[in-house]
Design a protein around this ligand. Sequence first.
Ligand SMILES: NC(=O)c1ccc[n+]([C@@H]2O[C@H](COP(=O)([O-])OP(=O)(O)OC[C@H]3O[C@@H](n4cnc5c(N)ncnc54)[C@H](O)[C@@H]3O)[C@@H](O)[C@H]2O)c1
Length: 266
Amino acid sequence: MADRLKNKVAVVFGAGCTQAGVSNGAAAAIAYAREGAKVVIVDVETGAARRTVEMILEEGGNAADFTADVTSRTQVQAAIDGAMATFGRLDILHNNVGINKPGGPVEMDEAVWDAVMATNIKSLFLTCKAAIPAMQKGGGGSIVNISSITSIAWHGRPTIAYSSSKAAVNHFTRVLAAQYGPDNIRCNAIVAGTIDTPRASSQLQRVIRADAAEIRNRRSEAVPLRRLGTPWELANAAVFLASDEASYVSGVVMAVDGGLTCTMSH
Ligand SMILES: NC(=O)c1ccc[n+]([C@@H]2O[C@H](COP(=O)([O-])OP(=O)(O)OC[C@H]3O[C@@H](n4cnc5c(N)ncnc54)[C@H](O)[C@@H]3O)[C@@H](O)[C@H]2O)c1
């Protein structure tokens, strides 16, 4: 256990751990706890949230869990209120929840567009609405939003709602950084490249109907570093952005993608 986040309280939305393994949100939450933060795990899946808390407690960290759907204003507010009641302050808000659905505007149902937008971008509006007043009370904070390379460039398949919502995440990040800088609140986004998470490979398997090894090889070949990223590599970047080491870093949209965006036409 190190102490880069000692005395800080982090709330991570979408930090649950599924049976299949540790995903991006859970890795970030565990990494925050390893650096001494008290971590509030929020997820729509109660069991998944509990699993991440247990992993943190087993390592000697400090964590609590709340069940909330990020598209519900009242549930998000209750999670932030719960975090404040449990740990007394809020320094780090980490927005990890994101869903992806295939299709362009012609073939995608309107309801699917609405669901992706609500989950991927309205959720940030709701978590910030609830969390920023608590951060202001504590003298500042750091917000870390998880974006995607699809926010910047075409990535080979139409995912109109996902790509647009993640582009909105990038600009939401900049606007927030500008507005709340005077309150000592920093806001940054991580543009995740192709990360080897349990959900990403099973989702791709369904879309392109290839086996997991073939998908991994195909995706790795496209990356300058010739491999997929891990949730822990995203988490390392999040720890830096959340910590005082990044005290003069705000409004940045930072790629953690093995160089992939350098090869994509913008
Ligand atoms: N895996 C990749 O290759 C990749 C690439 C680019 C960006 N990303 C981004 O990383 C983030 C997380 O990806 P992941 O692979 O860890 O996802 P994941 O789906 O494995 O984990 C997200 C967690 O969020 C929870 N969740 C889903 N909907 C929710 C809701 N409405 N309210 C509260 N919790 C909810 C899920 O239960 C799950 O525990 C997303 O924002 C995604 O867009 C992933």
